[in-house]
Design a protein around this ligand. Structure first.
Ligand code: NAD
Length: 434
């Protein structure tokens, strides 16, 4: 099949590369010419393990190309995938500006019938609106069918997920369109769930809201564990052995972040509000997560009285390991607050520093190694569970910090090992070692 993918972010680029790897002829379109130049050379603008190798391979094989020219790409394709961003508006609703821009450009470009596949996460009803708008704008002899094909990949393991995901959801009203998208995806050999468009749109939001709720649930349990002297990691292991509970997404920490859970939970709350439904459970998940992101900072303020003038080391800015994505990361909340309080902040992350520099106040100092960020600090926050941090010898904290106060938001160290290390160690849902 000849396919174009519009938008080459975390989802679009991986989608395009995946489709080319299973033998489709793919043109990825992005409005950003620097990105397109880079990608045409086989270089990825995002950090995603395994991605560049597949880009290089499929470019060489002539199955993958990149362009800023929508029209040419669309007219050489049978199917157009939309994978542009749908960030949140101030009021929590999904911002469909990029989607609407793509609709306009499709309407002004295509000269024959096409199938449009929406990968972007969009509120229930959006795909029907896309279809209505396009069929209104297009000349009578051109028709489009729109298919909802929400994406479930996880940043950091996107390549693994695209080839070995749990399911592919195809939401369509038109049987033929659904069959064509099923055929396109067949070589992935992943279970395909075919449904109607609205249910497909809802599956995406419901899945993310459920996962955000599961994380928040274990985080609340962790907070109680601290007070009743239980250990959340033992609790999670015991809970996870029950197949009804499942052992994934039970790692307690300082809250979820990233480009999906925060915005998708807010958008689903709004979707419910729009039909006069008060989604109380999800509202408290959102509110609780905002508090959990500040939990360790509040603890440190409590311990020190004030953090004004203190030198603080930050290990990890990415919202999770193996990605350079820092959107809505808990680290941003903590670092911004520390700067506001008048602390001196030294930051290290293995891959997310370039993105951090674009987002964080200019007062932040960036370091090239974890040890540089720890050195001569009064306290350290560990905010991403990079393997690199888990293997830092504990003596590094005691030897190089002014006072070894470690606030570990990702439970990177074993409590038994920390016990006799001389570190004041505050983690999540476990005993505070002082
Ligand atoms: P992103 O912000 O990383 O990338 C969007 C890309 O679209 C950018 O490169 C931008 O330049 C490009 N773009 C914008 N307007 C364009 C246009 N008119 N023509 C061509 N390109 C255009 O976004 P993302 O993280 O890849 O997310 C994309 C969608 O997928 C969102 O709806 C998101 O909710 C959903 N999603 C994301 C993830 C994830 O882990 N990031 C997972 C599942 C679903």
């Amino acid at each position: 099949m000849n396919i174009s993918v519009v938008g080459t972010g975390y989802v679009g680029l991986v989608t395009g590369v995946g489709l080319s790897e299973i033998n489709h002829n793919v043109t990825c379109v992005d409005t950003n010419p620097q990105k397109v130049d880079l990608m045409s050379k086989g270089r990825s603008p995002i950090y995603e393990p395994g991605l560049e190798e597949l880009m290089e391979k499929n470019i060489k094989l002539g199955r993958l190309r990149f362009t800023t020219e929508h029209k040419g790409a669309f007219n050489n394709s049978d199917v157009i995938y939309i994978a542009v961003g749908t960030p949140d508006n101030e009021d929590g609703t999904a911002n469909l500006t990029y989607i609407n821009q793509v609709i306009d450009v499709i309407a002004n470009s295509i000269t024959e019938d096409k199938i449009i596949v929406t990968k972007s996460t969009v509120p229930v009803g959006t795909n029907h609106l896309i279809m209505k708008k396009l069929n209104e704008k297009l000349p009578n002899h051109i028709k489009v069918e729109v298919v909802s094909n929400p994406e479930f990949l996880r940043e950091g393991s996107a390549i693994e997920d695209i080839f070995h995901g749990d399911r592919i959801v195809i939401g369509a009203d038109n049987q033929l369109a659904s069959e064509i998208i099923r055929e396109i995806n067949k070589p992935y050999n992943i279970p395909i769930f075919e449904t109607d468009i609205r249910s497909a749109e809802m599956i995406k939001y419901a899945s993310n809201a459920f996962l955000a709720t599961k994380i928040s649930f274990i985080n609340e349990i962790a907070n109680i564990c601290e007070k009743v002297e239980a250990n959340v990691e033992e609790v999670a292991l015991g809970m996870g052995m029950d197949s009804r509970v499942g052992n994934q997404f039970l790692r307690a920490g300082i809250g979820y972040g990233g480009s999906c859970f925060p915005k998708d939970t807010k958008a689903l709350k709004k979707i419910a509000e729009n039909v006069d439904y008060d989604f109380k459970l999800l509202s408290s998940v959102i509110e609780f997560n905002n508090r959990q992101q500040r939990k360790l900072l509040d603890q440190a303020i409590n311990d020190f009285g004030t953090l004004k003038g203190k030198t603080v080391g930050i290990l990890g800015v990415a919202f999770k390991p193996n990605t350079d994505d820092i959107r809505e990361a808990s680290s941003l909340v903590i670092i911004r607050d520390l700067i506001k309080m008048g602390a001196k902040v030294k930051v290290y992350d293995p891959v997310a520093i370039d993105n951090a520099k674009k987002e964080l106040p200019i007062e932040v100092e960036y370091k090239n190694t974890a040890l540089d960020a720890i050195n001569n600090t009064d306290l350290v926050f560990i905010l991403t569970e990079w393997d690199e941090f888990k293997s830092i010898p504990l003596e590094c904290f005691t030897d190089s910090m002014l006072t070894p106060n470690v606030y570990d938001g990702r439970n990177c160290f074993d409590l038994e090992n920390v016990k006799n290390s001389g570190i004041n160690y505050c983690s999540i849902g476990r005993k505070y070692i002082k």
